[in-house]
Design a protein around this ligand. Sequence first.
Ligand SMILES: NC(=O)C1=CN([C@@H]2O[C@H](COP(=O)(O)OP(=O)(O)OC[C@H]3O[C@@H](n4cnc5c(N)ncnc54)[C@H](O)[C@@H]3O)[C@@H](O)[C@H]2O)C=CC1
Ligand SMILES: O=C(O)[C@@H]1CCC=N1
Length: 271
Amino acid sequence: MNKNIAFIGAGSMAEAIISGVVKAEILNKEQIIVTNKNNRERVEQLQQKYDIRSIMDKEKVAHETDIIILATKPYDLQKAVESIKPYIRPNHLLISVIAGVSTDYISNLFGGNTPVVRTMPNTSASIGYSATAISAGKYATNEHLEQAETLFNTIGTTTIVDENDMHTVTGISGSGPAYIYYLVEAMEKAAVEAGLDQEVARTLVTQTVVGAGEMLQHSGESASTLRDKITSPAGTTAAGIEALDQHHFEETIRQCVKSARDRSIELGENE
Ligand SMILES: NC(=O)C1=CN([C@@H]2O[C@H](COP(=O)(O)OP(=O)(O)OC[C@H]3O[C@@H](n4cnc5c(N)ncnc54)[C@H](O)[C@@H]3O)[C@@H](O)[C@H]2O)C=CC1
Ligand SMILES: O=C(O)[C@@H]1CCC=N1
């Protein structure tokens, strides 16, 4: 890519994307700039770890970049925008990774028809495995959308979605890795309580999750078919699944996704 990009907000998500983009080698490291509100130590840490540039002066950040990635928490967005708004050029592209917040709201904060592309990646970006959803705001052109796709394709898959679906996407794939980690934590605890060594539990559970993920990705079979192949009649898996059903597993997951989605809507309501 021949575009310089800056991250406003140097947190977990910015680092996951930076790590993935650096590994993908689509940009020279000096094309990547990270900035923050006032935590110079954190941006210098990222600068050293990934050999990228850190710049605290927002005028310089805007001057040196074509694409600005907004990666603050939703409630910090307004202040972050205020700090860089005076230096934004009409040809800047803003890409948001922020949960809940609409492209219209961000364009309005910038006070005009600033092009905004909204994305919802996840932290697996750091190893090139993000499932990123993308929506173009009303001032973003196809070219802007393609720029966002090119960038996010280097850190995983990209899927174009209607912006109205972004809250659901956030509850599914934005937060999703955390649900899987929570499942892993629960499986490890159950294994240890049943007498397995902690390290043995971790090795077995991790490889089980990785293997299941690879099967979903590469076998060409649905989750339901793959599950059927493990579930012998009256066998151990059937007993385990029956216990999950008795404890309302499906309903629990439904409520989990709904709660995350509702929270995304709430985050956007402060607009
Ligand atoms: N962590 C995740 O898994 C995902 C997060 N997101 C979104 O990414 C955004 C960032 O999330 P995290 O990285 O987890 O949060 P974080 O709290 O780790 O990072 C936010 C960063 O923004 C900085 N910041 C705050 N005010 C600022 C300002 N005025 N100017 C410049 N920088 C400022 C903070 O100092 C911090 O470094 C959120 O809006 C979240 O919804 C989206 C997908 C996944
Ligand atoms: O928990 C959050 O609000 C962010 C958005 C998606 C994942 N983490």
